[in-house]
Ligand binder design. Structure first.
Ligand code: F6P
Length: 549
């Protein structure tokens, strides 16, 4: 892949950034804006329908220059090229990382192990489109001859968060005569509530799982199968009411789904990077193939921008570098994601998996030793304006530095235009208040009572990025998701970690498998865990049944 590069903290740009940080760490955004009246226009970039205002960050032109230098020193350009060439940059799993191929137009070629994968991508998209059209037109009938009115996606992690986020984001584009629900959690309440009131004869289950072995998904899929068979009285009803999305045809077949009703993808698509693969089938069923392809076009436009734009104007690279700046120099622990639209209510949750499963790593790819610096921040957030009446207080006046991305749209989706002006006024006001705050002098001049004034002071100097698009459409959603995918890629390249594996989640899965029989066994399971786990299991066994365990 890339030539060996110096450890991060020994790269010249890192050292220069350390020295530079000491010079600028106290500088206030007020000063930076006063020094440069055009700052609000200069520190901006635009691509793929998204406008990024990053002027309210604690950076100078020099910071930007050094961060870009850090990207160069870290081999970001070579890594981007390696990803787009289909090289196996997921080193710990020896896999290519090619979600960008999922939105590559027909005719362009991307090779993995000598084989062009783009025609396969389009073959699956065509199969999905044909199926989605049949279901949406009422041409795909259930076992009892009824059309499908309900679609339930069963999947977890990347096989759930993207589909649910996109469905909610694009509801105005969705087929309102149909109901879409999502079952992810192995908590039976999730399945019970999702199927409540539904007629099995009108219900289609989309079982979404890359591996088709995930405990939660397989348990829910089996429950769905029983629910359907009980409701319709026949085992062969499954054929018309279950489709699978997976890379594992063998397991799909074992489950009893005809592989003719399976939509495939490939091991070079990571779970959290898969919402634009066949994992997006429920999205396509909701919004139709044309809108789905529009979304892919949005993804692709951002991919091309990321691949070709100089880092100074490259939206994902800039966002990634700013995250490194706060994470590694200011010691910020988290990043807040605040979409100013209720349609993006699940976007922060989607980004939690995308970013934290990708960059929650601690081993250097080159040396295979623990890194000596901080890696991925905690990602969290809620839609504005709700968050303003809840946790924004801490962002304004608390002791922690929390850089935030505020995401807004110039045109409302809802016809209530005045609401939209109020919503956007709040977005702009928050970015302004966080940056510039309010001093004691200003408060006094405004007549603030002396005993209150110290408590009302807002220091400001709280950084934000503002991301604006014209409106929330399938296309802008695609661009927005790709923006964050490549932002995560940039961070991972700087930190020299594998952003595409997820070994950390495995241990818990293995231990749960050991504990399941201990909970289910009728006799004393003879526990051999630590004393805390033993006591918790005993207590659960006792209280669950009410008997002495
Ligand atoms: O638990 C982690 C994980 O492997 C995620 O990376 C993945 O998105 C999720 O589980 C679901 O996996 P699958 O699609 O194979 O069911």
């Amino acid at each position: 892949m890339t030539a060996t590069i110096a450890p991060l903290t020994e790269r010249p740009a890192w050292k220069a950034l350390e020295a530079h940080y000491q010079q600028v760490r106290q500088v206030h955004l007020k000063q930076l804006f006063a020094d440069d009246p055009r700052r609000g226009e200069r520190f901006t970039a635009e691509a793929a329908g998204l406008y990024l205002d990053y002027s309210k960050n604690r950076i100078t032109g020099e910071t930007l220059k050094l961060l870009v230098q850090l990207a160069e020193d870290s081999g970001l350009r070579a890594r981007i090229d390696a990803m787009f060439r289909g090289e196996k940059i997921n080193l710990t799993e020896k896999r290519a990382v090619l979600h960008v191929a999922l939105r590559t137009p027909r005719g362009v070629s991307i090779r993995v192990d000598g084989q062009d994968v783009v025609p396969e991508v389009h073959a699956v998209l065509d199969k999905m489109s044909d199926f989605a059209n049949r279901v949406r037109r009422g041409a795909w009938l259930g076992h009892t001859g009824k059309r499908m009115k309900n679609v339930i996606n069963i999947g977890i992690g990347g096989s759930y968060l993207g589909p649910e986020m996109a469905y909610l984001a694009l509801r105005p584009y969705s087929e309102r005569a149909m109901t879409f629900r999502f079952v992810s959690n192995v908590d039976g309440a999730n399945f019970t509530e999702a199927t409540h009131g539904l007629d099995p004869g009108e219900t289609l289950f989309v079982i979404s799982s890359k591996t088709f072995t995930t405990l939660e998904t397989m348990t829910n899929a089996q429950t769905a199968r029983q629910w359907l068979i009980q409701g319709l009285g026949r085992e062969d009803a499954v054929a018309k009411h279950f489709v699978a999305v997976s890379t594992n045809a063998r397991e799909v077949q074992k489950f009893g789904i005809d592989t003719a009703n399976m939509f495939g993808f490939w091991d070079w698509v990571g779970g959290r990077y898969s919402m634009d693969s066949a994992i997006g089938l429920s999205t396509m069923l909701a919004v139709g193939p044309e809108n789905f392809r529009e979304m892919l076009a949005g993804f692709h436009a951002m991919d091309e921008h990321f691949r070709t734009a100089p880092f100074e104007q490259n939206l994902p690279a800039l966002l990634g570098l700013l995250t490194v700046w706060y994470n590694n120099f200011f010691g910020a622990q988290t990043v807040g994601i605040m979409p100013y639209t209720a349609y993006l209510a699940r976007f922060p949750a989607y980004l939690q998996q995308l970013q934290m499963e990708s960059n929650g790593k601690h081993v250097d790819l080159e040396t295979r030793r623990p890194v000596s610096y901080e890696t991925g921040p905690v990602i969290w957030g809620e839609p504005g304006t709700d968050g303003q009446h809840s946790f924004y207080q801490l962002i304004h006046q608390g002791t922690k530095l929390i850089p935030c991305d505020l995401i807004g749209f110039c045109q409302p989706v809802s016809p209530l235009a005045r609401h939209h002006d109020l919503l956007m006024a709040n977005l702009f006001a928050q970015a302004e208040a966080l940056a510039f705050g309010k001093t004691e002098e200003e408060l006094t001049a405004e007549g603030s009572p002396a005993f209150q004034t110290p408590f009302r002071v807002c220091e400001g100097n709280r950084p934000t990025n503002v991301i604006l698009a014209e409106s929330l459409t399938p296309r802008s959603l695609g661009s927005l998701v790709a923006l964050y995918e490549h932002n995560v890629f940039t961070q991972g390249a700087i930190w020299n970690i594998d952003s595409f594996d997820q070994w950390g989640v495995e241990l818990g899965k293995v231990l749960a498998k050991r504990i399941i029989p201990e909970l289910e066994s009728a006799s004393d399971p003879g526990l051999n865990h630590d004393s805390s786990t033993n006591a918790l299991i005993r207590r659960y066994r006792r209280l669950r049944t009410g008997a002495q365990g």
